[in-house]
Design a protein around this ligand. Structure first.
Ligand SMILES: [Zn+2]
Length: 112
């Protein structure tokens, strides 16, 4: 298998982009939660911007699903194109459970 620094650079780029998308979605979900909370508390039809047709809320939902699709595409790309370097690690399984062994790639950080 050919190992190239260029390939690693590309993998790191997409890996970081994926984490940015996850973070972006987290912020969007917080925004929706806050909107729902205020919506039920104040019994107003729309909190986020004063738009009766829910355009802004629909935009956020659409953005969330587009981001999720792109995350899937990046995951597929990483799995197929990374020159994986698999490492093993142990994580806690819960209060009374044993440690769980996991395998993941140190470059793309995908579970293998
Ligand atoms: Zn990898």
């Amino acid at each position: 298998m050919e190992i190239s620094d260029d390939n690693d650079e590309t993998i790191f780029f997409y890996k970081d982009m994926k984490y940015s998308l996850h973070n972006f979605n987290y912020q969007l979900e917080l925004l929706l939660e806050e909107n729902n909370r205020l919506h039920s508390k104040l019994n107003l039809s729309n909190i986020l911007l004063n738009i009766d047709d829910n355009t802004f809320i629909n935009y956020i939902h659409n953005k969330l699903s587009v981001n999720k699709e792109n995350i899937k595409i990046i995951d597929d790309y990483l799995l197929k194109n990374c020159n994986h370097e698999i490492i093993e690690d142990y994580i806690e399984g819960g209060v009374e459970d044993d440690m769980i062994k996991i395998k993941y790639c140190s470059k793309c950080e995908m579970s293998i």
